[in-house]
Design a protein around this ligand. Structure first.
Ligand SMILES: C[S@@+](CC[C@H](N)C(=O)[O-])C[C@H]1O[C@@H](n2cnc3c(N)ncnc32)[C@H](O)[C@@H]1O
Length: 203
């Protein structure tokens, strides 16, 4: 199946996922930060960054669920997944498709409170965070708030896996230094539309 036709597969709610995604982009291009869901090559590269033995995963900005589906295909159980999605329509779609996961309609900035509310925090730190958030479109204070929340719920030394559409880290260098983050560019997905780069952050 081609990259393009795979992206157009119907979401469980009925409409093709790519169309659902595009409609949300028309409504709020800044928050969506992309015209269409991530493609297969980028998705695989993101999932490949999971640390060996990773079990409990936080996903931020899941969109139509391309990474969520890939996490499950990699053997992550729905009960070990906490997904936070800001867009109400996409949240409803994710909730329908992944009924046993903790799918929360909320803001990544509130991750600490959300993890505590759904009982995710009580079980210890998460093994990885995987993010589709558009950091480049966010003011520094929001970037900082979200990153602080992510590293508060991650276990020690556990990674934040993030993609972006340029070769530079979407987290400004001075903010990464302030938060004590080690930045690693893990790879490029040239077949993605647009081509994307994967970054891994640890503390
Ligand atoms: C570029 S899309 C990525 C979607 C999906 N991960 C993918 O790769 O196809 C960004 C997603 O982040 C969501 N989002 C934006 N800001 C958010 C926030 N503060 N908290 C949670 N989700 C957010 C948007 O609604 C959108 O679904």
């Amino acid at each position: 199946m081609s990259e393009q036709s795979r992206r157009s597969m119907p979401a469980p709610g009925g409409a093709p996922a790519a169309w659902t995604f595009f409609r949300q982009w028309l409504r709020n291009p800044r928050a969506m930060a992309a015209l269409s869901p991530s493609g297969r090559q980028l998705t695989r590269m993101m999932i490949d960054q999971l640390p060996a033995g990773a079990r409990r995963i936080v996903e931020l900005g899941a969109g139509t669920g391309v990474f969520t589906r890939a996490l499950l295909a990699r053997g992550i159980a729905q009960k070990d997944l906490l997904v936070v999605e800001l867009n109400a329509e996409l949240h409803a779609l994710l909730h329908r498709e992944f009924p046993e996961a903790s799918i929360v309609h909320g803001d990544a900035r509130d991750l600490v409170e959300i993890a505590s509310r759904v009982g995710f925090a009580q079980q210890g730190g998460a093994d990885a965070a995987i993010s589709g958030l558009g950091f480049l479109a966010m003011p520094r204070e929001i970037q900082k708030g979200i990153l602080e929340a992510i590293f508060a719920v991650l276990g020690p030394g556990r990674p934040l896996i993030q993609f972006t559409y340029g070769p530079a880290s979407p987290i400004p260098g001075d903010l990464a230094r302030e938060l004590g983050l080690v930045v690693q560019r893990a790879g490029i997905a040239p077949l993605n539309l647009p081509p994307a780069f994967v970054f891994v952050y640890t503390r």
